[in-house]
Write a protein that binds this ligand. Structure first.
Ligand SMILES: NC(=O)c1ccc[n+]([C@@H]2O[C@H](COP(=O)([O-])OP(=O)(O)OC[C@H]3O[C@@H](n4cnc5c(N)ncnc54)[C@H](OP(=O)(O)O)[C@@H]3O)[C@@H](O)[C@H]2O)c1
Length: 245
């Protein structure tokens, strides 16, 4: 049994990851900002009661530091970390029109919080531990409609590769998964304003559909597994071919 931390485990890819890790018999610690959403997830998946849930905003540095302090006190060490939490994009739109606060919020949530999480996690890890960061195809190519989100994911990609080279000296593997469009709660919220969005976006994907969160989790679990022992600082793209277009 491994001790695993997954950020943003109440919805979407994070929730599917928590469920998979629990099904594999691991001890899972997870977090999100809205405890009611976590309660709803438990109603749908009663097995989540065995996860250790913390209500926290990973963009709050003091809260994050304290949370990892508690995790260290309670579990001593971490074997697995999946850094996944990301809010709806605060800074979508034309770059020059976006407020400084919204730009900073995206950078803080989608890059800086990930960097701090990785730092705290590495300090609780030893040989054989594994980290997977959830990046995006927006971290691999330009995204003019969400430039700061794309830039934060590019930064995460760069950090993943550099930290991977450093961490492997201690036998810790760090990789990333870059999903394309994946049908999760963030798209369901967009669909309320744009009812055709699922159909329209699906047409842009070579396989003509969104990914299911479980398809992204398959990639995460592969990188966490012993089958991926020779894979270091790699980005596994799961995007139905959209980044090739
Ligand atoms: N879905 C896609 O098409 C897609 C494509 C490429 C990459 N990705 C990446 O995949 C990851 C997961 O996305 P998703 O689509 O599964 O998102 P989602 O359905 O919106 O779920 C995001 C999860 O993160 C939590 N969260 C958000 N901000 C947080 C914060 N500051 N502190 C703690 N928890 C926070 C959310 O709960 P609360 O809101 O309650 O905090 C929720 O549990 C993200 O890194 C995203 O960038 C997604």
């Amino acid at each position: 049994m491994a001790v695993a931390f997954v950020s943003g485990g109440s919805k979407g890819i994070g929730l599917a990851t928590v469920l998979r890790l629990l099904a594999e018999g691991h001890r899972v610690i997870t977090c999100s900002r809205d405890a009611d959403a976590w309660k709803q997830a438990i109603e749908q998946h009663p097995q989540l009661t065995s996860a250790d849930y913390m209500r926290m905003d990973i963009s709050n540095e003091a809260v994050l530091k304290e949370a990892f302090g508690h995790i260290k006190e309670k579990y001593s060490q971490l074997d697995i970390a999946v850094n996944n939490a990301s809010p709806d994009i605060a800074s979508a739109g034309r770059f020059a029109q976006i407020s400084d606060d919204d730009l900073r919020s995206t950078m803080t949530n989608d890059f800086w919080a990930y960097a701090l999480c990785m730092k705290y996690q590495l300090n609780m890890m030893s040989e054989g531990a594994r980290i997977v960061n959830i990046s995006s195809i927006n971290g691999l190519r330009p995204t003019p409609s969400a430039a700061m989100y794309g830039a934060s994911k590019h930064a995460l990609e760069g950090l993943t590769r550099s930290v991977a080279l450093d961490a492997i000296k201690n036998g810790i593997r760090v990789n990333s998964v870059a999903p394309g469009v994946t049908w999760t709660s963030r798209w369901e919220r967009k669909q309320q304003e744009e009812p055709e969005i699922r159909e329209e976006v699906s047409k842009l994907v070579p396989v003509q559909r969104f990914a299911h969160p479980d398809e992204v989790v398959d990639a995460i679990m592969y990188l966490l597994s012993d089958s991926a022992q020779y894979i270091i600082g790699h980005t596994l793209v799961i995007d139905g071919g959209i980044s090739l277009t």
